[in-house]
Design a protein around this ligand. Structure first.
Ligand SMILES: Cc1cc2nc3c(=O)[nH]c(=O)nc-3n(C[C@H](O)[C@H](O)[C@H](O)COP(=O)(O)O)c2cc1C
Length: 351
């Protein structure tokens, strides 16, 4: 099927595969979290590449204000991908053309979402159960656009039908630029652990770049996962909420530096940079909600976090939130964060 090609030229486009070679630490897409301000902030905090949360290709057909806002980005975020999901091939192909027309650097397709509402229609991780349909979709999208097309998957539908290796072969044959693998099956949702041995096994046979994903919380661990799995990159989601310095520090370790000695933490400056990014795009009510949420996450594993969270969620104004956060964060700069990996944290999402 051929789709009328929109104007795809954009002077500032960045090749995400090249960017991955320079910085293999990538912020994982998270619905309701990796929005425009947070992507801008995390690019400044050292992630090499950002992706929007999943956007409904069918929603794009209607160009609703909400959909357009989910897809918005600015030059400082490049390379930036827009992630689409959908089961209707023509919608996804046209959606990809819209992504290209908007000037994004790549289009990412979501084949990992475990949420029943998405899966019931045959989209997200349901595509892992229907590889012919996935193949047809990839063919249509790749032929509809000139920009790179990437995909994000889980290891399979359930433990008896893990097929990431097969998906990777199909992706390679269809001209996909990389495959990001969250090392859990759809049936696992967010329980158990990401299976990095399986990711490494799939990577060892893959002919295209592979990004491993799941349960990375510390910079050193990010570098270990990258080198031990042989992956071309790693995606970090929840770990960046608990530790917003993870990208900067991982990159330093990867380049042979010792971040503990050379790179100082300054949570106050970090908080103000996040505030600036949010204020630039959001009204005060939303700014306040977002700042409370992020400050509470950033406090994870530090002394007095529970008390700080209680106080900040009771604050009535953005100024009050800012004062509380700055006062608390200035006490943390030299404190080592506790390992909280055994505690449940955001056990639901769209990939
Ligand atoms: C709140 C939340 C929202 C998510 N939304 C998306 C999404 O929109 N698209 C996607 O591909 N994955 C989504 N994910 C999955 C993450 O990208 C990632 O695969 C998963 O969280 C495992 O990585 P982590 O342990 O580093 O967080 C989401 C995860 C969470 C926790």
């Amino acid at each position: 099927m051929a789709y009328a090609r929109l104007n795809s030229s954009h002077p500032f486009r960045v090749d995400p595969v090249q960017a991955l070679r320079q910085n293999p630490f990538v912020l994982a897409p998270m619905a309701g979290i990796t929005d425009h301000p947070f992507r801008s902030f995390m690019r400044k905090m050292g992630t090499g590449i950002v992706v929007t949360e999943l956007v409904s290709a069918t929603g794009i057909e209607y160009k609703s204000e909400r959909t357009m806002s989910l897809m918005s980005f600015d030059e400082g975020q490049r390379p930036v991908g827009i992630q689409l999901f959908g089961e209707e091939i023509s919608h996804v192909a046209r959606g990809a053309q819209m992504v290209e027309e908007m000037g994004a650097d790549f289009v990412d397709l979501n084949f990992g979402c475990p949420v029943p509402k998405v899966v019931k229609k045959g989209a997200g991780s349901a595509m892992l159960k229907d590889l012919p349909a996935m193949t047809e979709l990839l063919k249509a999208v790749v032929s509809a656009v000139k920009i790179p097309v990437t995909i994000k998957i889980r290891t399979g539908w359930d433990s008896g039908t893990r097929n990431a290796d097969e998906v990777v072969k199909i992706a390679y044959n269809e001209g996909i630029s990389w495959v990001a693998i969250h090392g859990r099956t759809r049936a696992q949702a967010y329980s158990g652990l990401s299976d990095w041995d399986y990711i490494a096994e799939v990577k060892s046979k893959a002919k295209l770049p592979i990004l491993g994903n799941g349960d990375i919380l510390f910079a050193r661990q990010a570098v270990e996962r990258l080198t031990q799995s042989g992956c071309d990159g790693v995606m970090i989601g929840r770990g960046a909420l608990k530790n917003p310095y993870i990208f900067r520090d991982a990159l330093a370790i990867y380049r042979g530096e010792e971040p503990d000695k050379t790179l100082k933490r300054d949570f106050g400056t970090l908080f103000m940079a996040l505030k600036e990014a949010i204020v630039a795009r959001c009204e005060d009510r939303i700014t306040q909600i977002q700042l409370k949420k992020f400050a509470a996450w950033f406090a994870t594993g530090y002394p007095g976090a529970a008390q700080f969270r209680k106080q900040i969620f009771q604050a009535k104004t953005t100024d009050e939130v800012t004062d509380l956060a700055l006062n608390y964060f200035k006490t943390l700069n030299d404190i080592v964060q506790e390992d909280t990996s055994s505690e449940a944290f955001l056990m639901g999402g769209h990939g």
